[in-house]
Design a protein around this ligand. Structure first.
Ligand code: FAD
Length: 435
């Protein structure tokens, strides 16, 4: 028998469990450990609540969850409740699938001011992550700035723009829905250091901005290179740029109270304000060989709320070598050390879609299998010993069956126009389970 511990129950963790179960057949026992009592990582806490069809990918993981060889061991933070070295002693291989939950710092003066939040926190707040339930972002001012030109920035701007009715069918948490309905935000400005040809926004998501009930996108026609230059772009990016060109050409939408403005060639220098964020000081840039270089011209963008969407890093865990530049674990194609591997965002850094994590999980499972003599038996004891260790420490873990009970309770508590009302507090989850 071979025992495997996967740390993290996001897409990378599930795809790796699926791959290991296929590679080792009945000879595998797989524990998917997560610090939260509920599974799915960013599918639950990252992907936008109004993108239910994408969140539905979690249903595909049910097959993995139903496999008797696979257990979910939730409510167990690795590095706190149990160490990596302890897990390495208990399992034949330990695979880190912790994702990259920490916001990268902006590295500019003023980022510690109240009103400046990272996207992990802001997205976690509207998606019901327990760490951010009390974030209470300031929505009283008229101006929000979103730093970044990727899909996370788009999610944040769209969520800030929607009316209550536009959230029908989403699973946005009640506290965020109420706060957003009372929001005073009227202008949402994207700041991006480069231009329309350098965005990392995908066409479908960018196209949604053109269909908002109360907000209209605003793009400066002067920001584009010649239209002939669009021909050299990848088809996806070309389509995104064509959305931007359409927004730039559209007449001002006088009847919509909110604007989502694209400020290209804009490098944030500092966030300023008396005791809270009031404006972002920005330097105009120009492109030099694809890089943004400052022109020396500066101006201020009013900002009562600043959400930085500039990337993420993986958590440091004692006993795991870390690549500070990449914000991920130091690894060679997923291998960190004998019996220690990483997958997903913990391996590659925060890029790619949910599906990108699948081949990643399979490749690492192949490496794990390749490192073990075929048909050989391991000497490790696996999950039983973990349970004993956790029991001795008073840690109450949650199982897939517990998750199903939580899911049923969330579905039962749903608002009329929502598939579920997510519980956002640890104690609430554990109360449902009678822990
Ligand atoms: C805001 C946002 C929106 C996105 N929207 C989309 C989208 O619409 N479509 C799309 O294809 N992709 C989207 N993505 C990307 C997608 O979510 C990622 O590709 C994917 O979630 C990465 O999977 P992962 O398993 O590596 O990490 P994660 O999904 O982050 O999972 C990591 C898991 O590890 C657990 N963990 C972390 N540390 C520990 C620890 N010490 N002990 C135990 N457990 C731990 C976490 O609780 C979490 O459950 C989005 C990402 C973000 C941030």
């Amino acid at each position: 028998m071979r025992h495997f511990a996967i740390i993290g129950s996001g897409p990378a963790g599930f795809y790796t469990a699926e791959a290991l179960a296929k590679a080792f057949g009945e000879q595998a026992r797989i524990d998917i450990i997560d610090k939260l009592p509920v599974p799915y990582g960013l599918i639950r806490f990252g992907v936008a609540p109004d993108h239910q069809s994408i969140k539905a990918v979690a249903k595909r993981y049910d097959k993995v969850a139903d496999d008797p060889q696979v257990r979910f061991v939730g409510n167990v933070a690795v590095g706190e409740a149990v160490s990596i070295d302890e897990l390495r002693g208990l399992y034949d291989a330990v695979i880190l699938a912790t994702g990259a939950p920490h916001d990268r710092a902006l590295g500019i003066p003023g980022e510690e001011l109240p009103g400046v939040v990272g996207s992990s926190a802001f997205v976690g707040w509207y998606n019901g992550h327990p760490d951010f339930a009390d974030l209470d972002p300031p929505l009283d001012g008229a101006n929000a700035v979103v730093i970044g030109n990727g899909n996370v920035a788009l999610d944040v701007a769209r969520i800030l723009s929607k009316t209550r009715a536009e959230f029908a069918g989403s699973d946005i948490v009640g506290h965020a829905l109420d706060a957003l309905e009372g929001s005073g935000v009227r202008t949402i400005t994207f700041l991006g250091r480069r231009g329309p040809h350098q965005i990392a926004m995908t066409p479908k998501e960018l196209g949604e901005l053109g269909h908002l009930v109360a907000a209209a996108p605003a793009v400066d026609p002067g920001d584009f290179p010649s239209i002939e230059e669009d021909e050299a772009l990848d088809p996806g990016l070309r389509k995104s740029v064509s959305h931007l060109r359409a927004y730039a050409a559209a007449p001002p939408a006088g009847d919509k109270p909110k604007a989502v403005a694209f400020d290209f060639f804009a490098k944030p220098l500092a966030i300023e304000g008396e005791g809270r964020a009031e404006r972002v000081l920005v330097e105009r840039t120009r492109l030099d060989g694809g890089r943004a270089v400052g022109t020396g011209e500066t101006y201020a963008v009013p900002a009562d709320l600043v959400v930085s969407c500039i990337g993420y890093s993986s958590p440091h865990i004692a006993g795991v070598p870390y690549d500070d530049d990449g914000g991920k674990y130091r690894n060679d194609r997923g291998r960190i050390d004998d019996g220690l591997y990483c997958v997903g965002w913990a391996r590659r850094g925060p890029s790619g879609t949910i599906g990108t994590n699948r081949p990643d999980g399979y490749e690492v499972a192949e490496q794990v299998a390749g490192a073990m003599a075929p048909g050989s038996d391991g000497s490790k004891v696996g999950g039983e010993a973990l349970d004993a260790l956790l029991g001795a420490r008073g840690v109450k873990s949650t199982s897939f069956a517990d998750w199903r009970r939580i899911e049923e309770a969330e579905t039962a508590a749903a608002r009329p126009d929502s598939p579920r009302e997510k519980f956002v507090r640890h104690h609430h989850w554990l109360e449902i389970l009678g822990h």
